[in-house]
Structure formats: C-alpha cells, structure tokens
Write a protein that binds this ligand. Structure first.
Ligand SMILES: C[S@@+](CC[C@H](N)C(=O)[O-])C[C@H]1O[C@@H](n2cnc3c(N)ncnc32)[C@H](O)[C@@H]1O
Length: 403
C-alpha cells in the first residue's frame, strides 16, 4: 500500500507552485480557445489531491475551477458545456469540503485513476478532453491508458503529465539489481510527493515498469548505465526522451519540459505535454518559456535559480535556432502550415525558445531565400506585401524547403 504522503498538503511547496503555474497559465488560453470549437470540454484532474492546501493555498482543482468560471463569464460563446472531474484515491472527502458544491459542473470521484478513468471518459466521444496527471511517483502511470485515450473518437485530447522520470530510474535500478545509483545524496529529499514504495529485483517489477514505460526500451538504458556508458542523470534524460518518443506513437506533438532548481544543476521534474493539435503544442511551448522567465525573476529575488540557458543548460542563441530550423526544413517539401512546423520544431528540439523567436529566424531565412513562405492573403489591405507568420482564419502562412 503506497504511503499517503499526508504532509504534502500541509504547506504548498515551491515545486507544487511551479507545476500549478504551468497548468494555470496554459489552461486559461486553452479553455478560451477550446470553447470556440462549440464542443463540450471535459477536464479531468486525475490525481486531484485535497483541492486546498492546509496553509490556504489553492490546489490544482480550485485553480482549474477558477479559470473555468472566469472563461465561462468572459467568453463570447453563448452556450458552453463544461464538466470537471476530480479523482483522488485518498481525499474525496476533502474535495467535497473544499470545492464549491453548488457548482453543477463539478464531479468528485473517489478511487484510483487507473480504475476510474475509463468510466469517466465513457460516452465522451466528440468532446474536448484535458487530463491533468499529477501523481505521487510513477506507479499509477500505465502507458496503455494514454494509448487507449488517443484511439478514442474525442474531438481533441491533451495530457499534461508530471512524469517522475527520476523515480522511474531509481525503481528501474532496483528492479535490475543496480545498487549504486549516482544521483546526489540529497537528490530525492525535496521530492516530497515521491511514493517511497520500492520495487525489488524481480520479474514482476520488470513487468510493472514495462507497463508504465509502454515497452522494455528502459532495460537497455539501465543496462548501459550499469556498464558505465553514462551516469544516472544522463540515463534519466535518455529515458525521458524515449518515453516522449513512445508517446509520439499516439500523440503527434509531445513536449518534454524539464524543471530544475539551480542553474547548471540537473532537472528534478519532467512535465510532459501531449496533444494532436499544433496550436496546443505551440501555446504550451510559449507558456513554459514564459514560466522560465518568471521563475528566473524569483531567482533574481535571491530565492532560487531555475534557468540560465534553456532548461537543459544549453545556450539559447539565434544561431542555434537557425541551425535547428535548417536541419528540420528539408522534411517539408510541400507547403506546410506554419503552426504545424512550429509544433514539429518544439517536439523535435524541446521548447527551448518562444515561437516568436523561431519566427524571427524564419523571416531572416526567408529573406536569404533559405526557406520559402507562402501567405494568404499575400498582400495587406493597403497593397503591401504581407509579412505575417501565423495560421488562423484570417492569415494563413505556409512554409516549405527551397530544394
Ligand atoms: C501530487 S498529489 C496531487 C496534487 C494536486 N495536483 C494539487 O496540486 O493539489 C497526488 C494525489 O494523488 C492521490 N493518489 C495517489 N494514488 C492515486 C491513484 N492511484 N489514483 C488517484 N489518486 C491517487 C493522492 O492521494 C494525492 O492526493
């Protein structure tokens, strides 16, 4: 039986703030946009917690509900249909207490996500689904469920997953009998929500981890780590990249977003965003970059030091963006919507810069005739050549390689 981690809800810790900010800042423009599809929105907080922390801070359920309410009141869409589900194994009673009961759109579900989610999503074909997946550790993350959701006839589906890939590596080492893990001694100390139930070296553990990872590719990673081909941090990075590749078998655009405490140090968390919609991917990429900037401000206030270069400590420069655009562009032989190109860019190279920065580089490359852009309309109302790089109802830009 996993421990309940009751202390988690005593005081809202910085990591929870960071995760919830990432959710909130994305969720608001997401809801505003998704309502324009005129299809119902189904939001599921799969590991909802108590709704409120004991220090009075809102948990993810109240944060999402406030955004939903705000969007319902500000949207120009006359009829909106939204349902919000909150699943928790341990804290349904707290959710009843902390969430506004008069609100018709709320449904609280007591039980395990892995047992309840299929039922929750039954008869939701044609809806827009958003799943926030914020478990303790990794044990409840069955890849097969994510795969099954992707096959459903939803109008759209997006996942925001707190992937405890460091926990996965630790458990994978236990399962394969690697005892000397070289993470810093205190590495797991502030990962308070980590489920400390350890796996042992057994076939059952290997099977369990394969179910979580969606394949046995992780075994080679750990075996190479055992052979000393790389260290634990590199093993985690390789695992998270391969996990995201695996998710890409079901979702077109998958963002791997590492979060770390100090510049130059290793990330501690991975948030993963999966969607089939290019605009969702680009919105999330811009969101994580904006978050980095704002967390950097926290750092400047002397508290923390999140980011310097990108989240993997690589330097961000126009030259790097240019190199990445030029190596991606040969794949695009025919006119491709600019938002699709950007989503492919961030899925391939990670969201290390904002879409506006990529667009600036693309405009330069257009000038030097290294990429080709077609615009509709090609002229502005005053007869000038259009220069926009966007794709929406009014302005449609397409990109392709010049060769
Ligand atoms: C990290 S906390 C969620 C925190 C929440 N997102 C917030 O910001 O307030 C994880 C929650 O998952 C719950 N939980 C653990 N195992 C679960 C399972 N299998 N299914 C659903 N909930 C589970 C725990 O009771 C805990 O409240």
């Amino acid at each position: 039986m996993p421990k309940r981690n009751d202390d988690f809800f005593k005081v809202k810790k910085l990591w929870s703030v960071v995760k919830d900010e990432l959710l909130a800042c994305y969720f608001k423009p997401y809801v505003a946009k998704i309502l324009t599809t005129h299809k119902p929105l189904v939001y599921v907080d799969c590991f909802a917690g108590k709704g409120k922390f004991e220090d009075g801070a809102d948990g993810s359920p109240l944060i999402a509900l406030n955004i939903i309410n705000e969007c319902i009141h500000t949207t120009s869409i006359s009829q909106t249909s939204i349902q919000a589900y909150f699943i928790d194994l341990n804290y349904a009673a707290d959710l009843y207490k902390n969430l506004p009961q008069e609100n018709q759109l709320i449904k609280i579900i007591s039980g395990a996500y892995e047992d309840k989610i299929e039922d929750t999503l039954s008869q939701k074909d044609g809806c827009n689904i958003f799943l926030y997946v914020d478990p303790y550790g990794i044990k409840a993350l069955q890849y097969s469920l994510f795969k099954a959701f992707a096959k459903r006839a939803f109008n759209s589906i997006e996942l925001l997953i707190n992937l405890n890939s460091f926990g996965f590596i630790r458990e994978a080492c236990h399962a394969l009998g690697k005892t000397d893990i070289d993470f810093d001694a205190d590495f797991f100390d502030d990962l308070v929500e980590y489920d400390t139930t350890e796996l042992n070296a057994s076939d059952k553990s290997i099977e369990e981890l394969t179910t979580i990872a969606g394949g046995d590719y992780w075994i080679k990673i750990i075996n190479d780590y055992k052979l000393g081909k790389y260290n634990g941090y590199e093993a985690e990075k390789i695992f998270s990249e391969q996990y995201c590749k695996k998710l890409q078998e079901c979702y077109k655009y998958v963002l791997n977003m590492p979060l770390r405490i100090k510049q130059g140090q290793h990330p501690k968390y991975r948030m993963v965003h999966a969607t089939n919609h290019p605009d969702g991917c680009v919105l999330m990429a811009d969101n994580i970059c904006t978050r980095w900037e704002s967390w950097q401000n926290i750092q400047n206030a002397g508290q923390l030091d999140f980011f310097g270069g990108d989240s993997e400590n690589n330097l961000i420069s126009p030259d790097r963006i240019k190199k990445d655009v030029l190596s991606l562009i040969p794949q695009f032989k025919t006119d491709t919507q600019i938002n699709i190109f950007l989503a492919e860019f961030f899925t391939r190279y990670s969201p290390y810069c904002k879409s506006g920065q990529v667009n600036d580089v693309i405009k330069e490359l257009e000038k030097s005739q290294q990429v080709f852009i077609r615009r509709d309309p090609s002229k502005t109302k005053t007869g000038k050549q259009s220069t926009f790089l966007s794709f929406n109802n009014e302005t449609k830009a397409y990109i392709r390689s010049v060769t």
